[in-house]
Design a binder for this molecule. Structure first.
Ligand code: CU
Length: 160
């Protein structure tokens, strides 16, 4: 009985935490769920910024692709892929990101291997607490507007 209560309490807490987080800041776009779109504050004098998501999950039965993004915030947006090459972090622009059916693709900052959206030629610096809209373009799901929150990174592994 006690164990049961503890178990359901833990589960309830877990579910509450999850749905709260999801409601607060997730974007549903067709079969895709984009969790927590965020951007890191720009470094002084920098004209570029980077936007991330905790993950993009494809709940559909068919593969999709992230094809790009656009917004008022910058002149253009590129999809960048980061890789570790002999302990040196390298970035390169890629035309799309595969989102296989049933999979979750992470776009977190500070990962050795991962993607991010590079905001090229920012109109103004990104400050912690700012929010800006960014339209994401997917092959199947179409275009959806994400609400991007500017948040200071906990560990700055990503330099430009
Ligand atoms: Cu980049």
């Amino acid at each position: 009985m006690k164990l049961n209560q503890l178990g359901s309490l833990a589960l309830a807490t877990c579910l509450a935490g999850f749905s709260q987080g999801a409601m607060a800041h997730a974007l549903k776009c067709g079969d895709l769920v984009v969790a927590h779109p965020y951007a890191t504050p720009t470094l002084a004098g920098s004209q570029v910024g980077a936007a991330y998501f905790m993950a993009i999950k494809n709940n559909g039965k068919e593969a999709d692709q992230l094809l790009g993004a656009k917004g008022e915030v910058s002149a253009s947006v590129e999809i960048h892929e980061m890789t570790m090459d002999n302990n040196v972090m390298k970035m390169r622009a890629v035309p799309e990101v595969q989102l296989p059916a049933g999979y979750e693709v992470t776009f977190k900052h500070g990962q050795a291997n991962g993607y991010h959206l590079m905001l090229m030629d920012l109109k103004k610096p990104l400050k912690p607490g700012d929010k800006f809209p960014l339209t994401l373009k997917f092959k199947r799901a179409g275009e959806c507007q994400a609400d991007v929150w500017v948040e200071a990174p906990k560990a700055d592994a990503h330099k430009h």
